[in-house]
Design a protein around this ligand. Structure first.
Ligand SMILES: Cc1ncc(COP(=O)(O)O)c(C=O)c1O
Length: 367
């Protein structure tokens, strides 16, 4: 983000704290960078990462398509005027009522990774297209999605055939390598497995037409990650070589919105405990910094003072002792009212914030 510390101070004076500032420019730039790094891949922004309406509006205006996981998310993007042809509903588990309602709205493709889901889809939305999600075992990610979703590879062919037997149309395959993946290798490995299944289905007379490579593209928090262009280059090459005439989709969440937001908090309390200074801030683990819990994010914390840093603990505003933000920070002596900044809080942060203790959530500004 290009805002300066003076801008932050001015915005806090005007809007109060805690405050999340989202940069339109950064959002559109992130979308542009990924589009350039994966040419020919249709990008569907994963709404779950940050469903804030103004943010979705910026991305829609910039030409993004959308990936949704619930009827609530479908309603959000539909409200913006996004056509259902530009939406993928990728949750592999849905209730019959959800399938029926999404189908009525115009969703013509449903995702699955097991037979009971396929039965539900066939019953509620006969004849629709289906995408089979393959499991991915990836130790090089921070948020593992393979534990909950994706079929074993040796069951995939049978699950594709089962769709045909139920009068459904197998449209293609999808996978998600896990969020915040540090190396591109898992995409390439999954693409190889998918190629073999595409071949088998073509030989059986039922060619597949779509490959969905999910999300997972990394962002540098405290730990630097690969540059996006370098990360995508081998993926681009494998896709070009193995899937030259296939419709390819990606569902990026984090890489589009994480770096677009900064959280500004203020010190509201200060104490000494066992020789260490504790600073109590006006946002914490139950609020915007919920990503520390649900997303395992390793944020860097900054303040505007620079001299004589000393060990300190940062804690949130709720009454729960779980609400400790970081036990291992070094900061110069802060006073009540001083600002603490956290960059890169655009993904899986406000999206998972709670109202515990009825502490007001951070105000969000999109500018
Ligand atoms: C099905 C699906 N698609 C896309 C995403 C977005 O992933 P990321 O934010 O890692 O790009 C997720 C994240 O959980 C997901 O579950």
């Amino acid at each position: 983000m290009s805002a300066t510390n003076n801008d932050f101070a001015r915005l806090i004076a005007e809007h109060g704290s805690p405050l999340v500032i989202i940069s339109r420019r950064e959002l559109t730039e992130n979308l542009r960078r990924l589009t350039a790094a994966l040419p020919g891949v249709r990008l569907h922004y994963a709404v779950k990462a940050n469903p804030m309406p103004d943010l979705l509006g910026v991305l829609a205006e910039a030409g993004s398509r959308f990936d949704i996981a619930s009827l609530g998310e479908l309603a959000r993007v539909s409200k913006l005027g996004v056509e259902t042809r530009d939406i993928v509903y990728t949750n592999p588990i849905k209730s019959p009522a959800e399938i029926a309602s999404a189908h009525k709205t115009g969703i013509d493709t449903f995702f699955y990774d097991n037979l009971p889901e396929l039965d539900k889809i066939a019953q509620v939305a006969p004849g629709v297209q289906v995408m089979l999600r393959l499991g991915v075992d990836n130790p090089n990610c921070v948020v593992d999605l393979g534990a909950k979703f994706g079929c074993p590879h040796d069951e995939a062919e049978q699950l594709l055939m089962a769709a045909l037997e139920r009068g459904l149309v197998p449209r293609g395959l999808c996978f998600h390598v896990g969020s915040q993946t540090s190396i591109p290798v898992p995409y390439m490995q999954a693409a190889v497995v998918c190629r073999s299944l595409f071949n088998k289905m073509a030989l059986a007379g039922h060619p597949l037409r779509t490959l969905d490579i999910g999300g997972g593209f990394p962002v540098s928090y405290k730990t630097p990650m690969m540059d996006l262009e370098d990360f995508c280059k081998p993926i681009r090459e494998v896709l070009g070589g193995y899937f030259p005439n296939t419709e390819i989709i990606a569902e990026p969440g984090r890489v589009i919105c994480a770096t677009a937001a900064t959280l500004i908090m203020r010190v509201i309390g200060k104490s000494q405990r066992r020789g260490i200074t504790w600073y109590y801030l006006d946002d914490g683990l139950y609020g915007t910094l919920s990503g520390l819990v649900f997303d395992k994010t390793n944020y860097a914390f900054e303040c505007l003072k620079t001299k004589n840093p000393e060990p300190c603990v940062l804690a949130g505003p709720t009454c729960d002792s779980f609400d400790i933000i970081s036990k291992n920070e070094f900061m110069p002596g802060l006073e009540l009212g001083d600002m603490v900044l956290v960059h890169n809080v655009g993904a899986y942060a406000t999206a998972t914030a709670t109202r515990f203790n009825d502490v007001p959530m951070a105000k969000i500004l999109v500018r």
